[in-house]
Write a protein that binds this ligand. Structure first.
Ligand SMILES: Nc1ncnc2c1ncn2[C@@H]1O[C@H](COP(=O)(O)OP(=O)(O)OP(=O)(O)O)[C@@H](O)[C@H]1O
Ligand SMILES: [Mg+2]
Length: 262
């Protein structure tokens, strides 16, 4: 079994098969300690949630994993190996991608153009190569057809799509490019209920196919609906870990506020 039990924080060992393992990660900005020694892990094929109050260090942690910030000290292991993540390029090489709330999709480009930005398929050789538009369109159609969300055909511009559809495209793009871990920081904060459900269903569907996600969310309900495991952060540290099957929304609230400490 790949599950670990819900036990007090200090006693949670990372299983052998952990996809991501973080050890005593510290991040300082001058006098400000954003991360005061975070130890946590994420298992493959799961949605691992990170919750915590404003300023707890959630985004700082994910930015260290994504190479946006270089940690002051501590270690990151990916697929069991020490990982040097000093730049976003390093993270991409490892197979770690992010989907941010502001998406980084280009409104005026079509769905297929967004899918293939910086990764255009070419046919032909050297100076004679041209962009293989037809291949990119059909590959994009294929990629989004597998999604739960009903996304319009690949020739539509992103501007004409709903917030939920855009988010689904961004997630599909990250997954399509072979990312082993997709990190989502508040992916549905700006969405309505129906769109949020579409995005959640997309992520659950991809998880069921074996994909791995890290989800930062302020919604305990969302965490209870979609995650497999959750880490609670307080003041720059991970202070509790639970399997979702063994916790409740009430307990998560208590852990985040500090009313309950382990
Ligand atoms: N670039 C920075 N320079 C200085 N301090 C920073 C920087 N980024 C984050 N911090 C500080 O680090 C701490 C953690 O911030 P972080 O953004 O990681 O929190 P968060 O858990 O993502 O909060 P939120 O839920 O509001 O997004 C805060 O005290 C914040 O002010
Ligand atoms: Mg944040």
């Amino acid at each position: 079994m790949k599950q670990t039990e819900s036990v007090p924080f200090a006693a949670v060992p990372a299983p052998e098969n952990a996809l991501l393992r973080i050890e005593d990660l510290q991040l300082r900005f001058g006098p400000v300690t954003a991360l005061g020694g975070v130890t946590m892990h994420a298992l493959p094929g799961e949605i691992t949630a990170i919750i915590g109050d404003n300023g707890a260090g959630k985004s700082s942690l994910t930015k260290c994993i994504l190479g946006v910030y270089e940690a002051t000290s501590g270690s990151i292991y990916f697929n069991g190996k020490p990982a040097e993540v000093k730049t976003p390029h390093d993270a991409k090489e490892l197979g770690i991608e992010a989907v941010f709330q502001d998406l980084a999709l280009f409104d005026d480009l079509t769905l297929w153009q967004n899918m293939f930005i910086n990764r255009e398929l070419k046919k032909g050789i050297g100076p004679f190569s041209i962009l293989d538009k037809r291949a990119m369109i059909s590959r994009s159609d294929e990629l989004v057809r597998g999604l739960t969300v009903n996304v319009p055909d690949a020739k539509r511009t992103v501007r004409s799509m709903s917030g939920g559809q855009r988010q689904a495209v961004a997630i599909a793009r990250a997954v399509a490019w072979g990312s082993e871990l997709v990190i989502m920081d508040e992916p549905t904060a700006a969405l309505g209920v129906r769109e949020r459900t579409e995005v959640e269903d997309t992520v659950i569907g991809l998880r069921n196919e074996g994909r791995s996600f890290m989800l930062i969310s302020h919604s305990f309900d969302q965490v209870m609906r979609v995650a497999d495991a959750v880490w609670v952060m307080r003041q720059g540290r991970a202070v509790a870990h639970r399997r979702i099957s063994e916790t409740s929304g009430e307990e998560l609230v208590a852990l985040v506020t500090g009313a309950q400490t382990t």
